[in-house]
Design a protein. Sequence first.
Length: 71
Amino acid sequence: MIRLKRLNGKEFVINCDLIEFIESTPDTVIKMTTGNKVIVTDTIDEVINKVVEYKRSIYSTIKYQMKESST
């Protein structure tokens, strides 16, 4: 899950695994695989960076757990 802001400034979290695509029109629009669309104040690059950071944290945790279980 990543934390984003709606146009009204309210924060919310979104399941980044359900993002289908992101476009700038000029607002950033996130289309979900569920068919929902969300408009956010974050730029496309900021959303991408948050997804990468989130995925990196998950995979580093999994890698650490696998390393610990093999010892």
